[in-house]
Ligand binder design. Structure first.
Ligand code: FDA
Length: 385
């Protein structure tokens, strides 16, 4: 009970990092409001009830960072396994390592190539676009990696992600397509990587544990805001356009549909993530969650797989990735102006800034909000010594 010093709307990594830092470092009383019936935002996960296998409810979450501070901060709440992420892709009945690396190129062209030979081959294939400004995503991709690799690994996958022919998509959606001219097939290039040893829920719950933090689940900020004490600063991590009642229009998002299945076998695909590059398969990828924790004692007679499908979000769908069209950027500019005029409200996180943020980015940006804005406010309010 008692009057809070800070209200945080949303209990994802951004909101919890703000709340935890405000409570532990600055001794502030924090009220966290969360619309869902669990905390943790999209990073939250739970054991599948039938098998006990940890399933990430809102899509697979891999923790990785090169930010020393964020890595140290995360260690306060959890240890990490030695998991290293790798992805494969099925194309035309064959399996290849992703992102495209020397192993992928050698397997795809069916011959051994040195790094220089592979570079020369891709440059030659990309040359069909030489001297022309790419007019769409397809042309941009061909200018980067050539037509054969584009048609095998990018065209179908991109068409399924966006439900749009890549010829109809803007060239600016991709700035680069990483190709590695080594056999290194690690997905992330960050210094630190791992999965929380006892799961995401345990990590997130420990962040919310300080006595000064009260979390109210199943509570929508807009339903209770009139009853909140006046003058208390608010950190808002919900959708930016919703805050302003969509007055400037709706920001567009891509969503995912997940289809979960328990199979009566030990191992379905031998790896956590298999992409499906071809358009005749409707899903974009399949996750098999047991493989995220090979160190755990999971059942040997059952496995959980989740097929992932991608499409534009409609109202009521979970917003996952900003689509970020020219119109979105225009609308965003107007919301940013409105947001800057809200003296007592700080907008942050993935939804509050209309920006895709990895977990480590959300944590870093929350730490800097507390240190660069909230702490100054609290210092200024403190009685003179
Ligand atoms: P997040 O969306 O997690 O939390 C916002 C919270 O606010 C939600 O819990 C929501 O219910 C709540 N809320 C909204 N409106 C409200 C209201 N009116 N009242 C009360 N509560 C309200 N990152 C990474 O590092 N590695 C990865 O592999 C992945 N994978 C991944 C897959 C998918 C499909 C997505 C969408 C995201 C990822 N991420 C990721 C990113 C990660 O999930 C998350 O986006 C970041 O940690 C940012 O967290 P936020 O706290 O900003 O938002």
């Amino acid at each position: 009970g008692g009057r809070p010093d800070l209200v945080v709307v949303g209990s994802g990594f951004f909101g919890l990092t703000v709340a935890e830092t405000a409570a532990r470092r600055y001794g502030k009383r924090v009220l966290v409001l969360e619309r869902r019936d669990h905390l943790g935002g999209n990073a939250w996960s739970e054991p599948d009830p039938e098998t006990g296998i940890e399933v990430h409810r809102y899509g697979a979450h891999l923790f990785h960072t090169s930010n020393e501070r964020v890595w140290q901060y995360a260690q306060r709440f959890t240890s990490f396994t030695s998991y290293r992420h790798h992805v494969h892709s099925v194309h035309n009945g064959r399996t290849y390592a992703m992102p495209i690396n020397l192993g992928t190129i050698c397997a795809f062209f069916g011959r051994h190539l040195s790094p220089d030979e592979a570079r020369a081959l891709i440059a030659e294939q990309a040359a069909e676009m030489a001297g022309r400004e790419p007019a769409n995503l397809e042309e941009k991709a061909i200018s980067l990696i050539g037509r054969p690799l584009y048609e095998a690994f990018i065209r179908g996958y991109t068409a399924k992600q966006w439900q749009t022919d890549p010829k109809e998509l803007g060239a600016d959606i991709i700035t680069r397509l990483p190709v590695r001219y080594t056999f290194d097939s690690r997905y992330f290039a960050d210094t630190y990587e791992g999965l929380p040893t006892d799961g995401y829920a345990a990590w997130l719950e420990r962040m919310a544990a300080p006595d000064l933090i009260r979390v109210e689940l199943g509570t929508d900020y807009f339903q209770v805001r009139d009853r909140l004490p006046q003058g208390v600063p608010v950190v808002y991590t919900g959708p930016l356009d919703r805050y302003f009642d969509h007055a400037e229009g709706r920001l567009s998002w891509r969503t995912l549909d997940f289809q979960r299945e328990v199979l009566p076998i030990r191992d379905f695909q031998g790896t956590p993530v298999m992409n499906y590059a071809d358009e005749d398969v409707p899903w974009t990828r399949i996750h098999e969650f047991r493989h995220f924790h090979p160190e755990r004692d999971y059942p040997t007679d059952r496995t959980v797989i989740v097929r992932e499908y991608s499409r534009a979000a409609e109202s009521g769908d979970e917003p996952y990735y900003p689509i970020n069209t020219a119109q979105d950027r225009d609308i965003l500019k107007r919301y940013r102006k409105l947001a800057a005029a809200e003296r007592n409200v700080y907008f942050g996180g993935r939804l509050g800034t209309y920006q895709y943020l990895d977990m480590h980015m959300a944590i870093a940006s929350a730490l800097s909000l507390v240190e660069n804005h909230l702490a100054q406010r609290w210092d200024a309010a403190a009685p003179a010594p």
